[in-house]
Design a binder for this molecule. Structure first.
Ligand code: FES
Length: 106
């Protein structure tokens, strides 16, 4: 992955309290819109290989993994509910004129 801002689509593509999967440099990334703000995390659960875009946003800020129902805080990546213990990587995002840009730094 590199260090530039990458266009990952339109804000209109991401529904409030839902997930939207994109691929960045061959890696699955999950986008979210919470209270109108865009967030981005790795798209794969740190507990297993589950696709988090198939999970559910719960309590307005958590992504619940579809496989074992562990959760992460979308805003920080913090593992909240077992069996998840390793945090989820979060990416910097910015929105300009309705377009989402993500910086794929690790
Ligand atoms: Fe996500 Fe197990 S694979 S909680």
């Amino acid at each position: 992955m590199h260090d530039e801002w990458i266009n990952v689509g339109s804000v209109a593509d991401v529904d409030e309290d839902d997930t939207h999967s994109v691929e960045v440099d061959g890696k699955r990334v999950c986008l979210y819109k919470l209270g109108g703000e865009i967030y981005a995390t790795d798209g794969t659960c740190t507990h297993g290989e589950a696709d988090l875009s198939l999970g559910m946003v719960v309590n307005s800020c958590l992504i619940e993994c579809p496989l074992h129902e562990g959760t992460f805080d979308i805003r920080t990546g913090r593992a909240v509910d077992a069996p998840c213990t390793e945090p989820l990587h979060c990416y910097p995002v910015k929105v300009e004129q309705g377009v989402i840009y993500l910086r794929p730094v690790r």
